[in-house]
Design a binder for this molecule. Structure first.
Ligand SMILES: [Zn+2]
Length: 488
């Protein structure tokens, strides 16, 4: 009671409670309000005490004010309006810009993984982006940018995570994409000009020159002659023409997107430019062309994601020659230092265990790793352990849907290599998720589950909510395997 009085009296954000006090207070509040309070969520500020709790299979926000003996009590649903109420009261719930510090992006397609992500990153010397989803994935999971922000907010609240976190509106292709994410409170914007990249550059010189002359020079605020002059000392003429033909329109589109975001943002924001989802690797000369041109056009960014050599398939390790990868990365990093400094972005960064030590050694702090699908695979693995029969149904469905679901993802799994669910014992099932072919097949089906099997989606969510500590522990372990090599 004395503690509650002290908390209710604090006008500013009170420091977090020591663990033992938090646990005792949570027990008392749980009994009093017939719910299960998350101890780390208890936070006080502005003469009020807030907590997050589970009740009847859902989450509620508790809000106490007044005198500890007979406080005014509000129990609110953990929804968008509660999140909006909490952020000004508990400012650590706002996302923030992270700048040039080393980052790991933890995408969360189900919207329940944030506590596990926090546990993997907390105190490790790597900043985390906890709200991170591309427009494509929001569409597939039927979550709005606001849903993504709010789910991250409640995860941060639940864990009492006060170190700050980023929020990345990923793979924005149009100004409209940026607008909805700006409204939802995102602070990092990943501009994806991939649709404006022209991969057809294996052409005779005359044809390439014609394409070069036809670039949108007005939008690029330059001319073909001016461009040749500007790069005369840095890029060999034929390579410059190829770089400009390939990426000139993407540069113009990125500048357009950047200016749009800058005009609309009403607070600090940060930018990543990503060309990772294109067919051909970005050469160092091409990287230099892109960065030089973006700078000339006034674009400021903290991270740039080239398309690296080798294959970055979804949810599996790097495919390619590590020596070649490292040599190219050293060149990209040198350009990022010279023309920034800015971070190099590694998209489809899930499970690329063989490259993390190289990336950490070459890039130091100037690196941003993006993961997303791997957390979904953790969820599926936990389901396989908890409910083998359910997992068999999921795997059957994933096999059916793979030919269609693979279309927009960089994967190469062959269905013939994926075991049939009834060929496996219950003990063998969770291990299937670690096998290359099954892993990719399971990775790309998350959207079909939401769209066509809402029953699966609900069962999966309920299973994980009912066993949330198992789910968080599995996430902490798996994302931890990504974090450890980054911090050396
Ligand atoms: Zn990407």
């Amino acid at each position: 009671m004395e503690l509650l009085n002290r908390l209710l009296a604090s006008t500013e954000l009170a420091p977090p409670l020591p663990d033992d006090e938090a646990i005792r207070t949570a027990e008392r509040l749980s009994t009093r309000f017939d719910c299960t309070v998350y101890p780390k969520s208890i936070a006080a500020g502005g003469g009020e005490v807030f907590f997050l709790a589970r009740k009847d299979g859902g989450r509620i926000v508790g809000r106490l004010s007044g005198d500890a003996g007979a406080p005014a009590i509000n129990l609110l649903p953990a929804d968008a309006s509660s999140a909006a109420l909490l952020r000004p009261k508990l400012p650590f719930l706002w996302p923030r810009c992270i700048g040039l510090r080393r980052t790991i992006g933890c995408g969360d397609r189900l919207g329940i993984a944030t506590p596990g992500h926090i546990r993997a990153c907390r105190g490790k010397g790597v900043e985390c982006i906890l709200a991170q989803q591309s427009i494509r994935e929001m569409t597939r999971t039927r979550r709005s940018p606001q849903d993504v922000m709010d789910d991250a907010t409640f995860g941060v609240f639940q864990e009492g995570f006060r170190d700050g976190y980023g929020a990345d509106a990923d793979h924005l292709k149009t100004p409209d994409d940026a607008d909805v994410c700006l409204r939802a409170g995102f602070v990092m914007f990943t501009i994806d000009p991939g649709e404006h990249v022209d991969d057809e550059i294996d052409l005779p010189e005359a044809a390439l020159d014609a394409k070069f002359e036809a670039l949108p020079w007005q939008e690029l605020e330059s001319s073909s002659a001016g461009c040749r002059r500007a790069f005369a000392e840095q890029i060999e003429p034929a390579a410059l023409v190829r770089a400009a033909v390939k990426y000139g329109r993407a540069v113009a589109h990125s500048a357009r997107m950047y200016r749009h975001i800058k005009a609309k943002a009403d607070g600090p924001f940060e930018i990543e430019v990503s060309v990772d989802e294109t067919a051909a690797p970005t050469s160092p000369d091409e990287h230099r062309y892109i960065a030089t041109e973006l700078r000339r056009l006034g674009v400021e960014w903290v991270s740039l994601a080239p398309r690296y050599v080798g294959e970055f398939e979804k949810g599996v390790d790097y495919i390619g020659d590590l020596g070649v990868f490292e040599r190219e990365l050293i060149k990209h990093h040198a350009i990022a230092r010279e023309l920034g400094p800015y971070k190099l972005g590694f998209h489809s960064g899930s499970d690329k265990f063989s490259i993390y030590p190289i990336a950490a050694r070459v890039c130091g702090d100037l690196l941003h790793l993006k993961t997303a699908g791997t957390s979904y695979l953790v969820a599926v693995t936990v389901a396989a352990e908890l409910d083998p029969a359910f997992f068999r149904e999921i795997l059957t469905f994933a096999r059916e849907r793979y030919p269609e679901d693979r279309a927009s993802y960089h994967v190469s799994a062959r269905l013939a290599e994926v075991p049939k669910p009834d060929e496996l014992s219950a003990e063998e099932l969770p291990g299937i998720v670690d096998q290359f072919h099954a892993r990719e097949v399971l990775h790309v089906m998350y959207g079909s589950v939401v769209a066509d099997r809402p029953d699966f989606h609900q069962r999966l969510m309920k299973l994980l909510e009912d066993h949330e500590e198992e789910h968080y522990r599995a996430l902490e372990a798996h994302i931890g395997r990504h974090v450890e090599p980054l911090i050396g």
